[in-house]
Design a protein around this ligand. Structure first.
Ligand SMILES: Cc1cc2nc3c(=O)[nH]c(=O)nc-3n(C[C@H](O)[C@H](O)[C@H](O)COP(=O)(O)OP(=O)(O)OC[C@H]3O[C@@H](n4cnc5c(N)ncnc54)[C@H](O)[C@@H]3O)c2cc1C
Length: 322
């Protein structure tokens, strides 16, 4: 068995702040092939050197990517990296979930992001409960909290600045998010968003509805925009919106030719994420969580703009990673 270092609880890692600088963390996806896996290890090393507070690994809908999630998380946790494993309810019985969670516990992977997951293929399709499976994420949290071997688990959840697309309204969304926090989650990581006001309203809604549980840390999820096509697709999958003013800025940079003006679009994207991050830091966000798609450069450029990382370039030893 791989030698996994004792993991810092993600909710504890949020306490390591210094004035003007907040912790940052990154999301990785399990790689599809050997070349992608090599890129992932280079990225993990680069983020380690940049002082990442924790790395998370997403959990896919299909069988083979699921095995890779565990394998990658296990490998990451042998390095000096705090590792957060995503876990979903899709196409699993409760018994299978329990057994997977036991494997995490045996391996020392004690940071869990509890999620429901979306239907494989079409995330917007009807959500069908697996026979003998769980229906909502709060049930997963309750299950883990009752497992004696998971006593030292630190559990996070997803939260949604614009409300989850399956929730009837923001009031219901608030109540369901609170149910997960009351069930024993310590913090949440948000769906990506591009309007900081949405994040601030979510924070206000939760704290007003339940000052004790609703005031737990909310980590903003940020995706540096590097292409218009990619961001539109991500927003559609997430059921979230791109503010009109931002779309205008990106379209102006594209000048009617998205392919030909990729660099200009990317520049605006990095600028926008940097501005958002600056405002989030000023508003006291506990950590900045970057959805990296396993690439380093865009995130590093944002961190550099915030004075939290050296500039990217061959002179800095990062020319081998994207
Ligand atoms: C940071 C982050 C990371 C993610 N990582 C992954 C990943 O690795 N793999 C993946 O497949 N997906 C991932 N997702 C997507 C996530 O699984 C989906 O957005 C999913 O649709 C919602 O998950 P949840 O845990 O919030 O669900 P739940 O909290 O279970 O909520 C699901 C829906 O049901 C409603 N609801 C909740 N409780 C009740 C109740 N008691 N009665 C009625 N309605 C209720 C909620 O309002 C919501 O609309 C991630 C999302 C985020 C924000």
């Amino acid at each position: 068995m791989a030698h996994i270092r004792r993991q810092v609880a993600v909710s504890d890692s949020l306490k390591f702040t210094t004035p003007g600088r907040v912790p940052f963390s990154v999301e990785f996806m399990p790689p599809r092939d050997d070349a992608a896996e090599q890129r992932l290890w280079s990225a993990a090393e680069a983020f380690h050197d940049l002082g990442v507070s924790f790395v998370s690994v997403t959990y896919g809908a299909g069988g083979s990517t699921r095995g890779r999630t565990l394998r990658v998380a296990e490998q990451l946790a042998t390095k000096p990296l705090t590792t957060l494993v995503h876990m979903t309810l899709v196409e699993h019985t409760a018994e299978e979930i329990r057994s997977l969670i036991r494997t995490f516990a045996d391996l020392g992977l004690t940071n869990l992001l509890a999620l429901r997951g979306d239907p494989p293929g079409d995330p917007n399709a009807e959500w069908v409960q697996t026979e003998g499976g769980l229906l909502y994420t709060n049930e997963l949290i309750e299950m883990v909290r009752e497992m004696p071997e998971c006593e030292n688990f630190d559990i996070g959840i997803a939260s949604f600045p614009e409300g989850h697309f399956r929730a009837a309204d923001l009031e219901m969304d608030t109540q369901y998010t609170l149910a997960k926090l009351r069930a024993g989650a310590e913090y949440s990581i948000t769906q990506m968003f591009f309007d900081v006001d949405h994040y601030l309203r979510l924070r206000d809604r939760l704290a007003a509805a339940d000052p004790e549980h609703g005031s737990k840390p909310i980590i903003p999820g940020l995706m540096p925009i590097t292409s218009l096509r990619a961001v539109r697709k991500q927003m559609e999958l997430a059921g979230a919106s791109l503010p009109k003013s931002l779309e205008r800025r990106l379209l102006d940079a594209a000048k009617g030719d998205e392919e030909g003006n990729k660099a200009a679009i990317r520049e605006v994207g990095i600028e926008v994420t940097s501005e958002m991050a600056e405002r989030l830091i000023a508003e006291g966000a506990p950590d900045l969580h970057f959805m990296t798609m396993n690439n380093v450069r865009a995130t590093q450029e944002v961190l550099h703009n915030l004075g939290m990382a050296p500039a990217w370039g061959p002179g800095y030893g990062h020319d081998m990673v994207r």
